[in-house]
Write a protein that binds this ligand. Sequence first.
Ligand code: DQA
Length: 146
Amino acid sequence: MTRILVLQGPNLDLLGTRQPELYGTETLDEIHASLADHARRLRVEVDFFQSNHEGVLVDRLHRRDFDAVIVNAAAYTHTSIALRDAFLAIATPFVEVHLTDPWQREPFRRVNFLHDLAIETVTGQGSRGYHVALEALAARFGEGDA
Ligand code: DQA
């Protein structure tokens, strides 16, 4: 079965209460529960990991116990050459997700160290973006090959 890691960056653990006008009112656990349901239906395996620490996210990628990644690197999207290098090092396909559309926000959010490496970037769809990413990866990597 295709194994997908859902990697969540800093401050996403506060979803639900963090700037709800931007990021919505769903908690990260609620988003993950709904993704786990969706993954069961698509017959792919998902694992969830959130950290507020750049190196911990890099270490998680180094475990390489997945076939593809859905990543919302949050603020590290705009700053982290280390995460970019980790994706290059593990050479594993990934879809980038953002709840908001960073290109429509402050200019500093237009810098993105992951975008050109991602097979797809989904922005501005709220938590639905993770489901769009999951469907894209399931379609690409053996949906239904249980
Ligand atoms: C975000 C956008 C980033 O610019 C921001 O730093 C986040 C969340 C999003 O999901 O919209 O923390 O990745």
